[in-house]
Ligand binder design. Structure first.
Ligand code: UFG
Length: 340
């Protein structure tokens, strides 16, 4: 498809904040492939310039309100997909005020810019951490939201900010609560590169990359079949397609502020993930059992029925081996991340 061909010179554009980050960069590509005009802002504190290609890019912080307003107006933005945030659970426990500043305060400034530039639609990158310790599983959107860490608390505060902003300013929004994002683009050289890395799959893959000699399993005395924690791993490409569908929906008439879970609905234990990585990499990947990590729920599994019904979302990459294989390809090609 020739991008923008049939839509005329003043085609409306999508601004992606945090578009140089892991899920943001995959979503930018997905939106481009669907023929959308896309503009990226990212302060590059955690993001990678190399992850953004062939779209206008601004190294701007979302707190720079005047610059954001100018970008929104210059590019005729009608919808913002908002990823920019601090997102480390552990760090948020140690420095909660950083999370209130980077997430809540910065988003308030961003939303003021949207209101001023008359942008009426926003897709927000939220998290399963808004639920806290599950009281039933799979978790539906009706489940109580009682976050157990400042990261989840600040994401929930932003969700509420968006609900009130719809009532007050008519700013429509779709909030997407991701479970465990994993994998990488199957064809293009983008993937997960965090510093520090805390997520299970990239940590496991550091063993065959000879960057660590074993994986530590954080507890095997949970009330789960093999004693290790169960998580719902969702391919980053499936998250990207959900954002594309959410943009389509939020542009429709009659949408207010909605929330959807994004997961596969199947839990894999830490031990199962390690075993699947052994099969994918052909490496023995030694593992040791350590203490539980503070704040880890035993089981986090999503019901994504609502996203399937309302967004028409259908995850395509829903087996664990595919998720790990795609991550493995990216890490083999980028053993030291993007720039090194
Ligand atoms: N784990 C290990 N060893 C490691 C790293 C992780 O055993 O070296 C375990 C964790 O204890 C957990 C599972 O692997 O049981 C997954 O851990 P991750 O850190 O990869 O992911 P989390 O489930 O902790 O975090 C994810 C998202 C967060 C979100 C959270 C919601 O990455 O953004 O779910 O609780 F906040």
């Amino acid at each position: 498809m020739i991008i923008g061909e049939e839509k005329g010179a003043f085609e409306l554009a999508i601004l992606v904040t945090g578009g140089a980050g892991y899920i943001g960069s995959h979503t930018v590509l997905e939106l481009r492939q669907a023929g959308e005009e896309v503009v990226v802002v990212d302060n590059l504190v955690k993001g990678h310039r190399e992850a953004v290609r062939d779209v206008p890019f601004y190294e701007v912080d979302i707190r720079e309100r005047a610059k954001i307003i100018a970008i929104l107006k210059d590019h005729h933005v009608d919808t913002v997909v908002h990823f920019a945030a601090s997102s480390l659970v552990g760090e948020s426990m140690v420095d909660p005020l950083k999370y209130y500043e980077d997430n809540v305060a910065a988003t308030a400034t961003l939303l003021q810019a949207l209101v001023e530039a008359n942008v009426k639609q926003c897709i927000f990158s939220s998290t399963a951490a808004t639920y806290g310790e599950p009281i039933e599983t799979p978790i539906t959107e009706e489940h109580p939201t009682v976050p157990t860490n400042p990261y989840g608390e600040t994401k929930l505060a932003i969700e509420k900010m968006l609900e009130w902003s719809y009532q007050a300013y008519g700013l429509k929004s779709i909030r997407l609560r991701y479970f465990n994002a994993a994998g990488a683009h199957p064809d293009l050289a983008i993937g997960e590169d965090h510093e520090p890395e805390t997520h299970l799959i990239p940590i496991i893959l550091q063993v065959p990359l000879q960057k660590r000699d074993h994986v530590m399993i954080y507890g095997d005395d949970y009330a789960t079949p093999d004693g290790s924690c169960l998580r719902d791993y969702i391919h980053v490409m499936d998250l990207a397609s959900a954002h594309r569908l959410a943009v389509k929906r939020v542009r429709e008439e009659g949408i207010g502020s909605e929330v959807y879970n994004l997961g596969n609905g199947k839990g894999f234990s830490v031990k199962e993930v390690i075993e699947a990585a052994r099969v994918v990499t052909g490496h023995p990947i030694p593992a040791k059992v350590g203490d539980r990590r503070q704040g880890d729920p035993a089981v986090l599994v999503a019901s994504s029925q609502l996203a399937k019904e309302k967004l028409g979302w259908q995850p395509q990459y829903n087996d664990l081996q595919t998720i790990i294989s795609d991550a493995w390809r990216f890490h083999q090609d980028h053993p030291h991340g993007y720039t090194k």
